[in-house]
Write a protein that binds this ligand. Sequence first.
Ligand code: ADP
Length: 543
Amino acid sequence: MHGLMMDTPLLISSIAEHAANFHGDREIVSVTMDNPRHRYTVGDAVPRARQLAGALDKLGLERGDRIATIAWNDYRHLEIYYGVSGAGYVCHTINPRLFPEQLVFIINHAEDRYICTDLMFVPLLEKLLPQIPNVEGFVIMTDAAHMPDTSLPNAVCYETMIAGESTDYDWPQFDERTASALCYTSGTTGDPKGVLYDHRSTVLHAYAAVAPDVMNLSSCDVVLPVVPLFHVNAWGIPYSTFMTGAKLVMPGPKMGDGEALYELIKSENVNLALGVPTVWLALLQYCEQSGQVLQSLERTVIGGAAVPRAMIEQFRKVHDVQTIQGWGMTEMSPLGTANTPKAGQESFTEDQRFDLATKAGRGIYGCELRIVDDEGQVLPWDGVAYGALQVRGPWICSDYYKLEGAAGTHTEDGWFDTGDVATIDPQGYMAITDRTKDVIKSGGEWISSIELENTAMGHPAVAEAAVIGVAHPKWTERPLLVIVAAEGQDIGKQELLDFFKGKVADWWIPNDVAFVDELPHTATGKIKKIELRRQFADYALPE
Ligand code: ADP
């Protein structure tokens, strides 16, 4: 027997309409290429998204066609999120920092019909043009006054395109499983793979994100997503802020600029900021050098890579900011875990709290977790056993776009293999020890590169650290610590290696330290281990 409840589809357009009805006066502040501080309200944004939807309908597109964006975080990009998906097209967000050949691959693989681009990326697209012949037109995200001379075919100015359209657009109603957005993984191994989200997965994921034990979002919050709109939908922030009426502050091209982020946080009273660890390094460094404290900030959601304990401590001790570590992937929309406290931890010492906060967090309702050994046997949640981390749930991909199972990432019993190796403790807190492909295997036993990196980051002379496995005649592989020294700091190898004593098992301590000026990063700001292993492929460890 079915229940007697309405079967209204979970559509992204319903989030926009909810926001317009209940939070119309809430501000959205953006830094854009043509305006250092643009401000308007949700009540301005939603009618403009409707106008865009109307304009798109006139381009002769079919439902499900891909419309790409190459743009920073700002209000026009946000309108495109709602206008494109709401009208039944697929919003394909592209990371502009990818290599040109990856951009070409992605645009052609997705069969993008139109590309919406920031002014800044017009020259890049002009160069790529001969290799992306199927793109029919380009929408330049600016006003008529800033419209450039360009060789891009059918280039229209965003403001001109939407200007004549009615603000009374009726959003189409369709199956909630209809595709809404497309995002490619960064392709650190092989070609990038497309993850195709749908309306249902997006709405459910946004519901999950606002929960008190996840991001704890409400209309009283002021949110700064430093995670890009082209990186897994900025962790769902465009949807969860509209669901709750939180004020949005978007940094545009100023993502990696510590001073600009500090100014935005201070002047807009930001209390929640989100991003990967590398962007916080820049902000914390700026604050330290200029003697500033982040007064308004209450919490940061940090994910995408392991969060060093030193960063968590600095946020808490210097700025009185809570760090919520999150873990997830493009394939997971991305949220899988969030690290927030649980009942029973009231008597924890500060040290215990910091220890716990370095873990990736506990499962969010909607994302099941399990760890399995090499034979696929499920491992216990004892905080010790580690194995391949697998997930299942309504916002986890069931396949990649146009790959039809070829990626081999799903198990026969319907779980997605994340490629991460993890432990889960009896309280349900998961800790990532490595990516499967980064694991260091010494004498048949695994050494966690992430734990060694975290330990190294705790030394004041270390600005950034990476640990990789290097070939060893007896142990197969041994860890090599590669560091960027903090400015003005001079430190010897032995002193650094001694720092590990008592903090990790003796046999985990790296065999050597290499000093570099800079570590290679991926387009999403993570350390590029593949590249680092290539650089140190012939490295001879000391006897
Ligand atoms: P990619 O780097 O492939 O573009 P994602 O941004 O989807 O893709 O990265 C997902 C990966 O990032 C995870 O599989 C995991 O290895 C790593 N990651 C994400 N969050 C954390 C975390 N809190 N701790 C450690 N690793 C993390």
